[in-house]
Design a protein around this ligand. Structure first.
Ligand SMILES: [Zn+2]
Length: 382
């Protein structure tokens, strides 16, 4: 991988860490002393004291993952995910044709096909594009980011990358920076927030994009408005001229249904995997490997969501936060090594299933989504 030096920087920055404080209390949640555990870090691969100073855990894990990446073919690194995205685009022509059918079953099949294709393109596609995981060339990376985020996703590429890469990934679960608070709408009751409000995501997304454009150059504003309009109008035009929708209202309603088809699980997944886990203070943030292992959770494999949202957002979210430049397929490939390594080093490898998280958020909605989260201090590993 030609781009490796830049991409592996996160791991190099771990050098010179202070993981050598051995046997101290590792986890202490301010206020309630919820968890305490004694770390027996001496056992960890024989690394302790000065040895740990020389080689941080993140460096060691990075080398293991880097080896797998180097041994992987282009097909594994990018080809599989690019093919899934291409297949989603190939589903669009039959979807538009099926939506023109007068038979209810065929019409509904068209709706389902369009909804699935739209979710693959706008969730998996925009996410991988925002990370530059679709191409090894920077220029193509920028092109794909604008294509997926603005034309397909109706959002601003710059705001998307700023929010997701520079805030959420760089400051995962750090209060006031990457604490996922953008997903909180505390004035909404839990049932409305969890099951009804997500259906408005297709309408809210371009409006939020417009709000983000304030203060940017005229050229940037024009480009984003043009790209977002192009994406929305082309779907509308095809519904009228290919599918044969008779009225603008029915075409717009069809667009809304297709675009909102997976927005309930989309919102769920975004909150399930971070909120309710350890949160950190911006002034006493832990080192990256502790931050990510304590602040990120994996959902189990799920055939539908794995394909539509991608492994990095579902069953490999921990791997994705540790190595955010890897494609979905590579996250899946390194998962056994990462989980084994973290378990061996007695670091958390947090996993929970979808229904259990939904139950937790439903029952503890006030605590998790309304009140300010408590701060965790990882004493002894700072
Ligand atoms: Zn990401």
């Amino acid at each position: 991988m030609q781009n490796v030096p830049e991409e592996w920087r996160g791991a190099r920055d771990e050098r010179g860490g202070r993981e050598g404080r051995i046997g101290e209390t590792l986890v202490k949640r301010k206020g309630d002393h919820r968890e305490e555990m004694k770390g027996e870090w001496k056992e960890n691969g024989g690394m302790c004291g000065e040895e740990v100073e020389k080689e941080s855990l993140m460096m060691e894990l990075t080398r293991l993952v880097q080896k797998i990446v180097k041994e992987s073919s282009w097909w594994e690194r990018r080809g599989i995910d690019c093919s899934i995205l291409a297949a989603a685009f190939l589903c669009l022509p039959p979807a538009f044709l099926l939506l023109g059918s007068s038979q209810v079953q065929l019409f509904l099949a068209g709706m389902l096909l369009m909804g699935v294709a739209h979710a693959v393109i706008t969730v998996k596609g925009t996410h991988l594009a925002s990370h530059g995981a679709l191409s090894e060339s920077q220029a193509w990376g920028k092109f794909w980011a604008v294509f997926f985020i603005e034309i397909c996703g109706s959002f601003s590429a710059r705001a998307g990358i700023q929010g997701h890469i520079k805030m959420h990934h760089a400051h995962t679960n750090v209060i006031g920076l990457g604490d996922s608070s953008v997903w909180k709408v505390p004035f909404l009751p839990r049932t409305v927030y969890l099951f009804i409000a997500p259906l408005t995501v297709p309408i809210i997304t371009p409006l939020v994009a417009l709000a983000h454009l304030r203060g940017h150059s005229l050229a940037h504003i024009l480009r984003t408005v043009l790209m977002v309009s192009l994406g929305l109008y082309s779907q509308y035009w095809l519904l009228i001229h290919v599918s044969g929708f008779q009225s603008p209202h029915s075409a717009l309603l069809c667009m809304l249904v297709c675009r909102a088809m997976f927005s309930v699980p989309y919102i769920h997944v975004n909150i399930f995997q971070h909120i309710g886990l350890d949160m950190f203070s911006p002034t006493r943030r832990p080192k990256r490997i502790y931050q990510m292992t304590h602040g990120v959770l994996n959902l189990p494999r799920n055939v539908v969501l794995d394909w539509i949202f991608g492994h990095s957002l579902i069953n490999c979210h921990v791997e994705h936060h540790l190595f955010p430049f890897l494609s979905d397929n590579m996250c899946l490939k390194v998962k056994p090594v990462v989980s084994k390594y973290l378990t061996e080093k007695r670091l958390p490898y947090q996993q929970d299933n979808y229904l259990s998280r939904l139950q937790l958020f439903f029952n503890k909605y006030q605590e998790l989504m309304v009140f300010a989260p408590p701060i965790t201090e990882l004493v002894g590993v700072q």
